[in-house]
Design a protein around this ligand. Structure first.
Ligand SMILES: Cc1cc2nc3c(=O)[nH]c(=O)nc-3n(C[C@H](O)[C@H](O)[C@H](O)COP(=O)(O)O)c2cc1C
Length: 325
């Protein structure tokens, strides 16, 4: 029997991030305080029909724990079959994506399209709970499809009755995508409507944002998404902040160590060429605020392969001394 997931203010999760929350990034974030990590969204249909794109999304290892597998799908039978496959492979906790608004997902009736069909959403979730038992299924919601069609509060109760163990709310509508601001008071409204834990997501760019959101919403915990993509140490920053300590910004040496570690994890788990191209897109996000970041970014763009990485890491580490020259 798997143990319950840590859900608490001081146990921040890494959010599901399609294209980003792969095994290497999950391990990087765990080393920096992420208490739980969620996979990239996995198509239930892709899994059942053996789509080649699905398998890499399920790559994991013993240190990648506790892990939540996020599924998207609109057919209860297909999702139930996917759950059986995942259970047979030892996965223990699952989340249903009911918030993704990208056309590729929505046109299949999955993701945020389920917010337009609450009865179907509850059926899919009930099939997941039947497959795995209580305590192991969560649902990630937005407010509704568009303004005026918010449904999160009624859905929250229905999903709780269907046996869901936790809810995550990104308080924007699907139509908003990432525009406007996350409506944290709606997280508070959901918290007061259900008795299961609610995880907050949305505009949590820093530890301070997360602490403010926890206070304002009464959420049980938070998930970092874009905040972790820019600063994988945001998890330990929140933990320190809740203990009354503000951690200083990363030094150039710490940023160099971060890039070096991410590169090492990518090289361990990804294909060499693809991994290098990925790293080139990831590193610039870590360098915001670094003196001389522009020159490092340019060097990265010019870099052809892994052999050039040590030089780039040296330049990052030397950034402060360059600045003080
Ligand atoms: C690049 C990217 C990929 C995402 N992929 C997923 C996904 O696969 N499943 C999901 O439920 N949400 C996904 N999200 C939404 C995030 O998990 C999160 O709810 C959202 O970014 C709001 O949090 P933030 O404003 O703190 O970034 C993604 C967001 C981004 C930026």
């Amino acid at each position: 029997m798997s143990s319950p997931l840590p859900i608490a203010p001081g146990s921040p999760w890494l959010a599901p991030l399609a294209g980003f929350s792969d095994l290497a990034f999950r391990l990087l974030c765990r080393e920096r305080g992420a208490a739980v990590a969620v996979t990239e969204m996995v198509s239930a249909k892709g899994l059942v029909y053996g789509s080649p794109g699905t398998e890499p999304l399920l790559a994991t290892c013993p240190e990648d724990c506790p892990l939540v597998v996020q599924l998207f799908g609109a057919e209860p039978e297909t999702v139930a079959r996917a759950m059986d496959l995942l259970l047979a492979r030892g996965f223990t906790h699952f989340d249903l994506n009911a918030g993704c608004s990208v056309p590729k997902v929505v046109k299949t009736g999955a993701g945020a399209a389920l917010l337009n069909d609450p009865a179907r959403l509850v059926c899919v979730v009930a099939a997941m709970v039947r497959a795995v038992g209580p305590g192991r299924v969560g649902v990630k919601l937005r407010l509704g499809w568009c303004a005026g069609r918010e449904c999160h509060l009624d859905l929250g109760r229905a999903l709780e009755d269907a046996g869901v163990a936790w809810l995550t709310l990104h308080p924007r509508t699907a139509r908003q995508a990432f525009s406007g601001r996350a409506d944290w008071p709606e997280i508070a409204a959901l918290v007061s409507r259900v008795s299961i834990p609610v995880m907050a997501s949305g505009d949590l760019f820093t530890a301070e944002d997360a602490a403010a959101c926890l206070k304002e919403s009464g959420a049980s915990g938070v998930m970092f998404a874009r905040g972790a993509m820019a600063d994988p140490a945001v998890f330990s920053r929140l933990q320190a902040l809740l203990d009354g300590q503000v951690l200083p910004p990363a030094t150039p040496a710490e940023l160099a160590a971060l890039v070096s570690r991410h590169a090492e994890l990518i090289r361990r788990f990804d294909f060499p060429r693809r991994g290098f191209l990925r790293l080139r897109t990831i590193v610039p996000r870590y360098l915001r605020g670094l003196p001389g970041a522009k020159a490092v970014r340019e060097a990265l763009i010019r870099a052809a392969d892994w052999s050039e990485l040590p030089g780039i890491i040296e330049r990052i580490a030397a950034a402060r001394s360059e600045e003080s020259c």
